[in-house]
Unconditional design. Structure first.
Ligand code: G1P
Length: 294
């Protein structure tokens, strides 16, 4: 387990998943599978591997299947037991093992900052993690734990990767001097309009955060920002102005599984990371590249 100073995390899972429609018309995007585990289970396992044992999932209308996924399913377990399907039984039993799950709802789609704010009563003044399940992180060390290793009282930490300037308007963009993988962020802006960012590459914030409990007071006082939504980035921009925000160039890869191409890449990558699937999948990819026959 990674060194960690946080035991709580919020997982916002209230978004509509419009980029994957119609697949997400009924099935929450967080339950789309990456091979045999739904996307949100990847975030949950990363949190647990980072030392978090208390998880608050922020859902919305139509997302109650998420809570079902993290509940025990005794009928299914008995069936698998009777059929002596031991591997499957273990896979089902171990879902979310090691954490307590709590749920709250975001009644209106007022933005990521507003979703995180729904965790105020549960989290209190403790530092906590935030994991956006659309951003699947694959690294040799859990990414949230890599951020938590930089936690200091009253300081917030965000995950960052370099992106080409042309893509900067899709992300929260941090500026400051990156040194030995850590930046003291001087400015942070949510989805700057094209042409506003002058550095290439630019440091984009990816969906992992370690926040101090004081951030809730900042979020509660924010006016709507980009897209008319309450933005987590705007609360963190205030921390940056106070010299209390770090961006960490984490070790690992990130896949945006809320996006169709990102989803395909993540499935392929996940397959290549699995010793039982990798040989057959890489053979298949090679064959596919070498001929147009199936
Ligand atoms: C959110 C954040 C943005 C961040 C991005 C990473 O945006 O607001 O700052 O760069 O996640 O995936 P969203 O993708 O939810 O619009």
């Amino acid at each position: 387990m990674a060194a960690s100073t946080i035991t709580r995390a919020v997982i916002p899972a209230a978004g509509a998943g419009t980029r994957l429609l119609p697949a997400t018309k009924v099935v929450p995007k967080e339950l789309m599978p990456l091979i045999d585990r739904p996307v949100i289970q990847w975030a949950v396992e990363e949190a647990i591997a980072s030392g978090v044992n208390d998880l608050l999932i922020v859902t919305s209308r139509g997302k109650s299947l998420i809570a079902d996924h993290f509940d025990r399913h005794e009928e299914l377990e008995h069936l698998l037991e009777r059929r002596q399907k031991e591997r499957e039984l273990e896979a089902v039993r171990s879902v979310g093992e090691g954490a307590r799950f709590h749920y709250t709802r975001q009644a209106e789609p007022l933005g990521l900052g507003h979703a995180v704010l729904q965790g105020a009563a549960h989290i209190g003044h403790h530092p906590f993690g935030v994991l956006l399940p659309d951003d699947v992180m694959v690294g040799s060390q859990p990414v949230l734990g890599q951020l938590a290793a930089h936690l200091q009282p009253g300081v917030c930490v965000v995950a960052a990767i370099p992106v080409p300037r042309a893509e900067a308007s899709r992300y929260g963009i941090a500026s400051g001097r990156m040194q030995d993988g850590v930046m003291q962020v001087e400015h942070l802006v949510e989805k700057p309009p094209p042409g506003k960012v002058t550095t290439d590459p630019a440091w984009a914030v990816m969906g992992r955060y370690v926040l101090d409990g004081g951030i809730f007071d900042v979020l509660a006082g924010l006016p709507p920002g980009a897209g008319g939504e309450i933005q987590l980035t705007d609360a963190l921009a205030e921390r940056a102005r106070e010299g209390r925000l770090l961006a960490v160039a984490f070790e690992g890869r990130r896949y945006d599984v809320g996006d169709q191409l990102g989803y395909v890449k993540a499935v392929v990558r996940a397959a290549l990371d699995r010793p039982d699937l990798a040989p057959a999948v890489s053979r298949y990819l090679r064959d596919l590249m070498e001929s147009d026959r199936w």
